[in-house]
Design a protein around this ligand. Structure first.
Ligand SMILES: [Zn+2]
Ligand SMILES: [Zn+2]
Length: 340
């Protein structure tokens, strides 16, 4: 008997980056066909991430061009490649930044596939989610809890995951945790941290009372300006804002033996600082990308809490507007493009 496939059109709308420094352009593209190990998905929603701004601005300098950005994808599988066994048409999946790893390089062999030498990233090396359809490799799509089949889950696929990976890098016994920059990633991570009975200290841009109120509403123990000294030293901190001067500030605020994790993919230059703010066994580190294990673990725990994103929705055609709103810090929570 011949296998029946879901019907889908031959053309799709996509917002395309043609060159750095230019707005995205609405295009009518062919719906792509999956290779043997890929799936074609119909996109429900795709989050807009700060990384997309770094790509557009040329700060991440090697995107494929033309490029469909977008790596916080909530979608349903509409067609599977000939060798795909783990997914079926109709499955609800999330597609993150990590789009492919080789499994053979020295990083992959050490279990550090987030650092793979041959990695491909969704919405950077591979066309992503600012479109009605996209392709994904079967092993880099993550089944989602049915409660996450809507736009509110999009930012979990990057902001949620990078927050989770950053959080995993700090001592499990850390109680007082500083979050510098209270946008999408922090607003998701605080929910997990509160569930684990942590005390969150939210540091925002100076005078950003709105973000501070938002953090307090989500259960922060304290919220204030980044330039303020917190009432107690932090056991550990995570910096989400792409602002280099926050590194010496966070080191000053963290207790002896504490860790400061940088969660961003790009940051402005770090000013020089005296050694004594690092001394006494403070650790400064970054996190890069994610592993499939991070995604599997986080997407299992998030619906139990349940982690919910605060979102502002835009139509696909409004992607440039969504990016500008993110750039100007006008959003509380996350910008999400919703396809219909
Ligand atoms: Zn991202
Ligand atoms: Zn590799």
């Amino acid at each position: 008997m011949q296998k029946k496939h879901q019907l889908y059109p031959s053309k799709m709308k996509a917002m395309v980056m043609e060159a750095p420094g230019q707005p995205l352009v609405l295009k009518n593209l062919d719906v792509p066909k999956p290779a043997a190990d890929q799936v074609l998905v119909k996109i429900i929603a795709c989050g807009v991430c700060r990384t997309d701004l770094h790509i557009m601005d040329g700060e991440l300098s090697r995107p494929k061009l033309p490029l469909v950005m977008g790596h916080e994808i909530i979608a349903r599988v509409v067609r599977t490649g000939t060798t795909v066994l783990n997914l079926r048409e109709g499955d609800l999946v999330g597609i993150p930044w990590l789009g492919y790893t080789c499994g053979k390089c020295r990083y992959c062999l050490k279990g550090m596939e987030n650092l793979c030498e041959n990695a491909q990233f969704t919405g950077y090396d591979i066309d992503g989610g600012y479109a009605e359809y996209t392709l994904a490799h079967q092993d880099y799509c993550f089944p989602l809890d049915p409660s996450y089949g809507n736009p509110t889950a999009a930012s979990l696929m990057c902001a949620g995951l990078i927050g989770y990976r950053s959080y995993k890098m700090i001592d499990k016994n850390a109680k007082r945790i500083g979050l510098y920059g209270f946008g999408a990633a922090a607003s998701l991570l605080i929910q997990l941290a509160n569930w684990q009975k942590k005390e969150i200290y939210a540091f925002t841009r100076d005078e950003d009372r709105k973000a501070q109120q938002f953090a307090l509403r989500l259960g922060a123990a304290w919220a204030g300006d980044s330039s303020q000294t917190p009432p107690k030293p932090m056991d550990a901190s995570i910096i989400f804002a792409p602002v280099g001067p926050l590194i010496p500030k966070a080191l000053q605020d963290v207790d002896k033996g504490g860790t400061v994790v940088c969660g961003g993919i790009h940051m402005s230059d770090i000013p020089s600082f005296p050694y004594d703010i690092l001394w006494e066994e403070r650790t400064l580190r970054s996190v890069a990308n994610l592993t499939r294990m991070d995604a599997t673990d986080y997407l299992a725990i998030a619906p139990k809490i349940p982690v919910k994103a605060n979102i502002t929705t835009f139509k696909l055609e409004e992607a440039n507007m969504a990016l500008e709103a993110l750039r100007n810090g006008k959003l509380e929570g996350a910008a999400v493009l919703v396809m219909d």
